[in-house]
Design a protein around this ligand. Structure first.
Ligand code: SF4
Length: 431
């Protein structure tokens, strides 16, 4: 069972499954890695008697990964013991494509996911920040031969020494090589990349699009900056993947949300097209001390809506950041508008000098007045009233001392890809 919102797909039981633990940080999205702190906590609780032992250490009072990765053999066949259909986050405590985790281990995990999907209809989501390695491994025919080897081994129950599984898997006909030979549509696994800003989106999304997959998703959490998914810099694309006749060497932009929109940056005016696209985008602002802007989320939602891509918003984070709407002649802002429809004016507050001083202070987030907080670098923050995007508004102007808000209409902030909705409907129809 997990509380992660995007695992709660209608018709499925939400689950997380951690056959491996251990990782290393790769980009700013890792700074407040939840898995790292959790691993340290579990290691302490188990007094070093678990596979978490040695995966983290303390440096200057902070937890860091050691780089060790460990496979939990007793967890490996867990999905084959679940009877009710589940929607599973695979590896919330690691990254399946972490360089130190060997290919054979990845193949064993993929084999279990394939069998579990064929056996009980479980669906798995795998997220990585190592898009290039995911692409390399999943594009290699030898990898799928290895997966088939582990499927056979698991079917003859070598993976169930204690006989804890109900039923017999041997009657299942599951072949990775066969599925990959039919166009690479391996049902039951949604492959995805985590991206926190445009730089990482440009780096990882082209690899995801070039990875053979049934469904593809993007996790934009923690969202640390604006991301334009309709304009991804696709430097890593090859001539074949480009689809255009006059390949320009990768200096092109493409939309990750529509398989027919590629726009060359320079030499070539080919439209490209015919490539893969993203089926699902979900995200959230950081619940830690790095405030994000709801505008980033609202823009992502608008991009998905206009391309018919499912979008799910997990959380608004700990703080909303105000947009400065008026400033003194020296450029110092004195009024701010917030995406929840409220505004703050230093001159309207009786304790305005306190507010000004607090906004000028340095050294982390600090409470100043009522619901208002200072970021430590001159920005004004407030705690959001809810986790959801619904009802939030973008400040669009200022009139007579009042902020003007554009109130977008949201149908839903909790959407799952069409393929998942159809699977759930089929299962219900079949009952
Ligand atoms: S890749 Fe994921 S698990 Fe690894 S350090 Fe970064 S956030 Fe943590």
């Amino acid at each position: 069972m997990t509380k992660i919102e995007w695992c709660h797909a209608p018709g499925f039981k939400a689950e997380s499954w951690n056959p491996i633990v251990g990782c290393n940080i790769v980009s700013p999205g890792c700074t407040n890695c939840y898995a790292m702190d959790q691993a340290a906590h579990i290691e302490r609780m188990s007094r070093g008697n678990s596979h978490y032992a040695g995966t983290t250490r303390q440096v200057n009072g902070k937890t860091v990964w050691t780089g060790k990765v460990a496979m939990a053999e007793h967890k490996l066949d867990e999905p084959l013991r679940w009877n009710k259909r589940r929607f599973v986050f695979t590896n919330s405590m690691s990254d399946l494509f972490y360089e130190a985790f060997e290919v054979a281990g990845i193949a064993r995990i993929v084999a279990v996911m394939m069998l579990a999907h064929a056996w009980r209809g479980h669906v798995f989501v795998v997220l990585t920040k190592r898009g290039a390695r995911m692409r390399e491994v999943l594009s290699d025919p030898e990898f799928w031969m290895l997966v088939d080897l582990f499927i056979s081994e698991t079917q003859i129950e070598q993976c169930d020494p204690d006989n804890r599984r109900k039923g017999d898997l041997r009657s299942l006909r599951v072949s990775a090589e066969e599925a990959m030979g039919e166009g690479g549509y391996l049902p039951g696994i949604i492959w995805g990349v985590s991206v926190e800003d445009q730089t990482r989106a440009d780096e990882r999304i082209p690899d995801l699009l070039a990875t053979p997959a049934w469904q593809r998703c993007i996790s934009a959490e923690p969202l640390l900056g604006e991301i334009n998914l309709e304009r991804i810099r696709a430097e890593r694309l090859t001539r074949e993947e480009c689809g255009g006749e006059d390949f320009c060497g990768g200096q092109l932009y493409m939309s990750a949300l529509c398989n027919n929109a590629r726009e060359c940056a320079g030499q070539c005016d080919s439209e490209g097209g015919g490539g893969a696209s993203i089926d699902w985008v979900f995200g959230g602002l950081e619940s830690g001390d790095r405030p994000g802007r709801l505008e980033w989320a609202l823009n992502l939602q608008a991009q998905c809506a206009s391309n018919g891509v499912a979008f799910l918003w997990k959380q608004n984070g700990s703080f909303l950041e105000g947009v400065a709407t008026q400033a003194d002649t020296d450029g110092t802002p004195f009024s701010w508008a917030f995406a929840d429809g409220t505004y703050f004016d230093v001159n309207d507050e009786r304790s305005h000098t306190i507010a000004r001083d607090a906004l000028a202070h340095s050294g982390g987030v600090r409470h100043i007045l009522n619901e208002w907080w200072a970021s430590g670098d001159g920005r004004l923050l407030k705690k959001p009233a809810s986790k959801s995007l619904s009802g939030n508004a973008l400040p669009v102007g200022w009139k007579g001392g009042e902020a003007l808000f554009d109130v977008p209409k949201f149908e839903s902030c909790l959407q799952w890809p069409r393929a998942i909705v159809e699977l759930a409907a089929d299962a219900e129809g079949g009952q």
